[in-house]
Design a protein. Structure first.
Length: 389
């Protein structure tokens, strides 16, 4: 097992470091505190049920159970809510209910919520040009892009989000793309440029709004827009506008890049219970914190979002599966029914609207995106939800 002293921003994503690093980001990387200082916590009632024995199909086609699947897939935190009540809770690898765990790209879903709050306040319009709000991006690939293009990842910016580059640096990809992602995963690079300093190097490769293409760099720009209209750092806005109003229980932290900007595409660490509280807010139509119209738009979307997703040239049929669309930084599985925030190495913030079920799960898969293990975990979440429905 790696020690804290040997975990660095160069090796933290390389096996075996994630199993330790994902619970201890603040010990090896710069981070900003995210906390509810109001002292008012949203209580989660507990009425535990024996859900561990629920059966599902394993990777190899055999039958496994929820409890066994959690153990064999490097699960570390799992909280299941039914109508706002904790009905199942499981931890491993030293995790406790209060332990912060890296959310990876579920962090993007928090950015989506924060953007929705600004839209609800009338500070941002979804058809507004990005460069109108943030002139610093004039002359970049975002010329002509609007806010909707950013958060739904249909802007024309060229950036290769290839997780083979995380799992195998020798993978068959152009060297320039590897260098971009290698710098990106080192929290903005070795040179003091930061994420926003890198962005102007990415060209425009297609018309805005024509196709979905998953690129983390676009979420960073969405967070910058939040900072501009809120007139404060993203982490401070997150504290005041989301963390405290939702009554989060535990202190969290947001990773910072080399110049001190929040790594909003995957840098939030929080407890499993607080991730469940976030999912519950969406289940409950925003709880008066996230605008109800934004929550509805997130799981309903529109026909254009569905088309952009289904016709995406950058996704394989296997990756796309039967999923519906990407909307407001959530993956919609079934329109107006089931959707999730997801992150590499097995992080999930799952919401089943008609079933009244929300699930928070943290993991450390052995590699970033093992398709079979990912699918098995999703089967576990949907089977739990279907059982409780």
């Amino acid at each position: 097992m790696p020690t804290d002293r040997t975990t660095t921003t160069d090796n933290w994503l390389d096996d075996p470091y994630p199993s330790r690093a994902f619970q201890r980001v603040r010990e090896f990387a710069p981070s900003a505190r995210v906390a509810n200082d109001s002292g008012v916590v949203s209580e989660l009632p507990v009425d535990l049920q024996d859900l561990g024995g629920i059966e599902l199909k394993a990777v190899d086609g055999s039958t496994t159970t929820v409890e066994r699947q959690f153990a064999t897939s490097n699960g570390e935190g799992l909280v299941v809510l039914k109508d706002g009540v904790v009905v199942y809770e499981q931890y491993a690898n030293g995790m406790l209910p209060r332990t912060p765990h890296l959310c990876m790209s579920v962090t993007k879903s928090f950015v989506g919520a924060m953007l929705g709050i600004q839209v609800g306040k009338g500070l941002i319009a979804m058809d507004q040009l990005v460069t109108e709000i943030a002139p610093q991006f004039i002359g970049t690939s975002l010329d002509g892009a609007n806010v909707r293009h950013l958060i739904d990842m249909t802007a024309g910016t060229e950036f290769v989000e290839d997780y083979a580059l995380y799992d195998d640096p020798e993978a068959d990809n152009p060297l320039i793309e590897y260098e971009r992602q290698a710098s990106y995963r080192r929290l903005g690079g070795r040179k003091p440029l930061g994420m926003y300093g890198h962005f102007p190097t990415y060209p425009k490769s297609r018309e805005h709004g024509t196709n979905f293409d998953y690129r983390s760099v676009l979420t960073n720009i969405a967070a910058r827009l939040v900072e501009i209209v809120a007139e404060q750092r993203f982490v401070d806005a997150l504290n005041e506008q989301l963390w405290m109003p939702l009554g989060m229980e535990h202190e969290a932290d947001m990773m910072l890049d080399v110049v001190g900007d929040a790594v909003v595409d995957g840098g939030l660490s929080c407890s499993t219970r607080d991730l469940a509280r976030f999912a519950l807010a969406y289940q409950r139509g925003g709880q008066g914190v996230i605008p109800a119209e934004w929550v509805h738009d997130t799981h309903h979307g529109d026909d254009e979002a569905i088309r952009n997703f289904r016709e995406s040239p950058t996704m394989t049929d296997l990756e796309r599966g039967d999923w519906c669309m990407y909307r407001n930084a959530f993956w919609v599985i079934e329109r107006d029914a089931r959707y999730t925030g997801s992150g590499i190495y097995g992080q999930h913030c799952y919401i089943d609207v008609p079933a009244g079920v929300t699930i928070a799960r943290f993991s450390t898969y052995p590699i970033a995106y093992p398709q079979d293990l990912w699918d098995e975990t999703m089967r576990s979440l949907t089977t739990i939800s279907a059982t409780l429905a």
